[in-house]
Structure formats: C-alpha cells, structure tokens
Design a protein around this ligand. Sequence first.
Ligand code: NAI
Length: 323
Amino acid sequence: MSSPNGELRFDGRVAVVTGAGAGLGREYALLLAARGAKVVVNDLGGTHVGEGASQRAADIVVDEIRKNGGEAVADYNSVIDGAKVIDSAIKAFGRVDILINNAGILRDRSIVKTTDQDWDLVHDVHLKGSFKCTQAAFPHMKAQNFGRIIMTSSNSGVYGNFGQANYSAAKLGLIGLANTVAIEGRKNNIFCNAIIPTAASRMTEGILPDILFNELKPKLIAPVVVYLCHESCEDNGNYIESAAGWATKVHTVRGKGSVLRASLDETVTPEFVKNVWSKVTDMSQAKHVDNMAQATGALLEVLENLKSGEKDVIEDTFAFTNK
Ligand code: NAI
C-alpha cells in the first residue's frame, strides 16, 4: 500500500511490537502508527536485567501515538506468554499482520559466573518469547495469507562478545529461528527477516563509547525495520544489520572445502585432516548457500567426485597421498 506520493502506508494493518515501551521498539511502534498501522505496544516494563514489571512504559508510548492521531493499545504481558500478547491484537483490532519480536534484557556475566537463572531468563525472553509470539501469530497470518515477522538478533550473536554467553547464544538462535519461520511461512506470504541493530538505549548505555552512543539513534533504524514489514518488501530469510543511518545485508558463506580421503573405500584419519586443513579453511572461493537442498546437493557432488575419482575436486588430495 502506497499513497499517491509514494509514501509506504500501513492503513488497515495491525502490528504487534514487543518491548515497545522504550528504545528501538518504541521507534518502530511510533513510525508504524504514523504510517497508518494500528499498533499493540507490548512491554512488561521491568528493569533491563528482567526484574519487576510496570505498565508505565507501554502506556507512555500508547499516549504518544494517540496524541499524534494514531491508534494503539497497550499490552503488559511478558513475551513468554506469546498467546496473550497476540490475543491483545485480536481483541482490540481483530487481526495481526506484523509482528516485531524486539523485547529484550541483558544479564551479562563471564561464562564461569553465569548462573542458571542468568541463562534461562535471557533465553526465555529473547528466544522462547520470540518463538511463542510467532507461534501464536502464525495461524492468523496463514488464514489471511499475509504476515511480516521480524526477529531481533545482535552482532554479539554473530561475532560473540565477552561476558555475553547467554545473550549471544540466544541472539544467534534467533537467526536460526528466522530461517525456519521464513521457510514455513513462504507459501502463505508470511516473510520473516532478522534485524541486527546497534543503537543507543538503556541496554547499551555505559557499554558504547559516548561519541558512538550519541550518533546511534534508534530512530535511524526504524525505517529499515518498517520497510521490512511492508507488503511491498519481498525479502524473506534475510539478516539486515543497521546502525547510524546505514544498513547492509549479512549472510553466511561456505568455502569450497576439501575431501578428507583419497577414495570411497578409505576412512578419514586425523593425519589426512591435518594435511588438507589449509584447504578446509580456505575461504578464497567461498559462496553463499541458499538452503538445505543446496547444501546437501553439494555433498552429493563431493561423493560423486570421489566415486568417479576423476574430477579436479580430489586431484589435490591424490597429489597429497602420492607424496
Ligand atoms: P531497551 O531496554 O531500551 O528495550 C527493550 C524493551 O523490552 C524494554 O522496554 C523492556 O521493558 C522490554 N522487555 C524486556 N523483557 C520483556 C518481556 N519479557 N516481555 C515484554 N517486554 C519486555 O533495549 P533496546 O536497545 O531498544 O533493545 C531492543 C532489542 O534490540 C533487544 O532485543 C536487544 O537485545 C536488541 N539489540 C539491541 C542493540 C542495541 O545496540 N541497542 C544491539 C543488538 C540487539
């Protein structure tokens, strides 16, 4: 839906934004509402380490949207109760078209000091919460043959970060979840993408250097996420990193690799592995693999090459064994 002047509009759409009482979620909710969406502003209103609860955060954002002439309702449930969150959208507006899984907490500790509670709470809010909200929204989206879902990942998951074992594991888990939601949703026009943001918020206060913190306005990321939620956006299963008015697609690549034995009759030995390790880890011919079928297809090709014993993929291996 676009207005005559080309503005991307969301009139008639219902969006659920989790953790929308502050930071990035608040900006997503404000922009979606400004573009005509009816918004469920979900926020548990606890501390950044996941303690306590308050209705204040969600209420303030709902008031702000209404003052600007938009439509919004508050939802104070934890995302772990995903069914209740989505139910708020159905009760208030009768449908759900967009789900932005954004709610989050931090409980940073080094691996040795991480308690079971630190691990479980972070996984519950980020990973299970995103799953439960998605699971509850899915049947509605399937029935209407439309849906846009966002998962919120982090560079901490993609690259790792000292003191964030729990958080980085959950955040990379969200990329895995986005991959599968994208596959299961595709035939019903339900697209799922992940955002990898860096923004100034209470979560990053004191972590990011001041000079960076001041430039990393959450408002600059909202248009990227809002575009990903628009019906005109055909992206599905992508990860988009964005910060400071900049965005890029991120994806994994796989190297050409190396066979680990000279023929199908031979077994793989650690010595053989050691000798071809530079080929195993050589990324000069790395390519992106789109899906499981492609990944498995490449394995079948390796087996075929081994069987025939002729193709160049194992030439170097023979050279090694004939030394
Ligand atoms: P924020 O702390 O300002 O906002 C998170 C909101 O989620 C808070 O309002 C909080 O009350 C709410 N929340 C927490 N647990 C909840 C629960 N169980 N149910 C419902 N709401 C809950 O943080 P920020 O920075 O806006 O983060 C938003 C998302 O972006 C998070 O998932 C975070 O992990 C992710 N992220 C943020 C980065 C940054 O640089 N700010 C970097 C990478 C990822």
